[in-house]
Design a protein around this ligand. Structure first.
Ligand code: NAD
Ligand code: TDX
Length: 334
């Protein structure tokens, strides 16, 4: 199988490429990535040079680049996106360009090819905040921030290409991922790296918002399963079955690192902050998905990874991230 992975230099994409190359040595993976602020080829240095892996630097919103990259593949997995909610609140421009228009460009190029599968990686955020029962795949969308709204738009366009053009589109909606190579602007790696630096952990609001944490290796196994066994036209939630309040996760991180709870600092809340995500993951389980990791041990492995790979995140934290952090958190404190 020849697979085009977009956004493969990011967090989940790089873990997924490693997963595919180690489980399917006869597959070929082309990684199309623009290398934005969070795309990092260091995430894939162990697979670079393999004959069944190729990297192309390019933008999914550029039709010429996309048509060329797609010419010889039979499956597409679209991970490429602007992904950070806080950045989408500062400015949504790039989210509309990449998440919506970029997805459209990929679909247009795929339409004229004989594709076996087009996987659109969406998110549990499309359902918005869920106070009661877990959201099922057929439930209505209710996105609350510019990021989740663009992800909802992208998947609706993707679905329309299945209905109208017979493109074998499958939608995946994973819950919050965590694990190695996650950019330290996101909650878990931000809190681990700040704790390692003995700097405050900025907890939004009352810290009681709930997220459903999914270890990235389990997410990759689920995506692999859907790639091979998923039904075109269908959507699949991927849940970690692991709902926690943010303050509980912050305390676990500090406990594991032997750091004081006083590092937790309540700061001004995120505007439009979704209170709770909750998805019903039984559909992908019926397809055969079986989580391998328990939250405590996966969090421990993740903390160990960040503790060992200080150069990776220190490099990031001393670059573009520095200005972002000042802008984002400067006014939140006090
Ligand atoms: P990430 O931010 O770590 O990586 C995104 C990657 O996309 C980067 O390598 C970046 O360079 C690339 N990219 C951005 N714009 C591009 C463009 N125009 N053209 C080509 N490449 C571009 O993201 P992630 O956390 O790995 O998320 C991957 C996908 O999974 C996204 O679609 C995201 O919406 C979805 N998702 C993520 C989570 C999560 O918890 N991380 C949960 C659910 C869904
Ligand atoms: O500094 C922080 N303090 C804080 O309290 C940050 C960055 C986050 N938080 C809270 C906000 C959320 O309740 O932690 C929770 C998780 O925040 P993020 O890591 O920003 O993730 P979230 O907003 O839940 O979105 C994530 O999950 C769904 C990903 O970033 C998305 O790409 C994915 O689609």
């Amino acid at each position: 199988m020849r697979i085009l992975v977009t956004g493969g230099a990011g967090f989940i994409g790089s873990n997924f490429i490693r997963h595919i190359l180690s489980n399917y040595p006869d597959y070929h993976v082309t990684n199309l990535d623009k290398l934005t602020y969070c795309g990092n080829l260091q995430n894939l240095k162990d697979v670079d040079g393999r004959t069944n892996y190729a990297f192309v630097r390019g933008d999914i919103a550029d039709s010429g680049v996309v048509e060329k990259a797609m010419a010889e593949v039979d499956c597409v997995i679209n991970f490429a996106a602007e992904t950070h909610v806080d950045r989408s609140i500062m400015s949504a421009t790039e989210f509309i360009t990449t998440d919506v228009n970029g997805t459209y460009m990929l679909l247009e190029a795929a339409k004229v090819q004989k594709m076996r599968r087009f996987l659109q990686i969406s998110t549990d955020e499309v359902y918005g905040s869920i106070s009661g029962a877990a959201a099922k795949e057929e439930d209505r969308f209710n996105p609350s921030n510019p990021y989740s709204a663009t992800k909802a738009g992208a998947e609706l366009i993707a679905r329309s290409y299945f209905i109208t053009h017979d493109l074998p589109v499958i939608i995946l909606r994973p819950s919050n991922n965590f694990g190695p190579y996650q950019y330290p602007e996101k909650f878990i790696p931000l809190f681990i790296t700040n704790a390692l630096m003995d700097t405050p952990l900025p907890l939004y609001g009352d810290g009681k918002n709930v997220r459903d944490w999914l270890y990235v290796e389990d997410a990759c196994a689920a995506i692999d399963l859907v790639l091979h066994k998923g039904e075109p036209g269908e959507a699949y939630n991927i849940s970690g079955e692991n709902k926690r309040t943010n303050i509980d996760v912050a305390r676990l991180i500090l406990k594991e690192l032997g750091k004081p709870e006083e590092l937790i600092t309540l700061v001004k809340d995120r505007p439009g902050h979704d209170r709770r995500y909750s998805i019903d993951g039984s559909k992908v389980e019926r397809l055969g998905f079986d989580r391998k990791t328990e939250f405590g041990s996966a969090l421990k492995k993740t903390i160990e990874w960040y503790t060992k790979n200080t150069a990776w995140w220190q490099d990031i934290k001393s670059g573009e991230f520095k200005n972002y952090y000042k802008k984002q958190y400067g006014e939140r404190h006090g």
